[in-house]
Design a protein. Structure first.
Length: 192
């Protein structure tokens, strides 16, 4: 049987509606544990109902208040059946987890990541310059990054076939913000 999450909310007039949906978003460390919704009616699935304790019922409402694609506010039931108790971001230890990623040579790494509605990202050092200005992102919420962005080198590596290995790179050779060339794994120019 497919796992589901039950969640309840209403329009504020005293009546509530209950829904049951399969989880389609990862906000905690254990895999799919939330349901994307359009809580504010803006036509975007940028909010979520999160089952933090994996009991099949959402216990946290997570909102993107300014429509920037990042989670801004977390609310729990204040005891009255209303998502009225705002909790601080620092209280959400389950929000962040580790993200696995592969560098351009194929070496596997794990880094602490920050989760948003579009998956997880981590600041890393791909270039080997002891900085953390490079970025890896997991947009399908499977715990493995399929995007590696080297900000200092003008390179965007991609795992296009989703096999957990980078297989294409877009290179901005003159660092003007536009990719000039694309290389596939094995071609000269793919490696750093």
């Amino acid at each position: 049987m497919e796992p589901t999450i039950e969640y309840v909310f209403g329009s504020g007039n005293g009546t509530t509606q209950s829904w049951i949906s399969p989880p389609d978003l990862t906000l905690g460390p254990g895999g799919l544990d939330a349901v994307r919704i359009d809580f504010d009616g803006d036509g975007r699935l940028d909010d979520a109902m999160w089952d933090r304790d994996a009991d099949g019922r959402a216990d946290c409402s997570v909102l993107d208040l300014d429509d920037d694609g990042r989670l801004d506010a977390w609310f729990t039931d204040d005891g009255s059946g209303v998502w009225g108790q705002e909790i601080e971001q620092g209280e959400q230890e389950q929000r962040d987890g580790d993200l696995g990623w592969s560098d351009p040579t194929g070496e596997q790494h794990t880094s602490p990541a920050t989760t948003d509605l579009h998956g997880s990202c981590a600041s890393v050092d791909v270039a080997g310059d002891s900085g953390t200005d490079d970025r890896v992102c997991d947009r399908d919420s499977d715990g493995l990054a399929e995007i590696v962005l080297m900000r200092s080198g003008g390179r965007l590596y991609l795992d296009t076939d989703m096999d957990s290995r980078l297989d294409q790179v877009l290179v901005d050779t003159d660092l003007d913000g536009t990719a000039d060339v694309v290389y596939s794994v094995g071609q000269p120019g793919f490696a750093l």
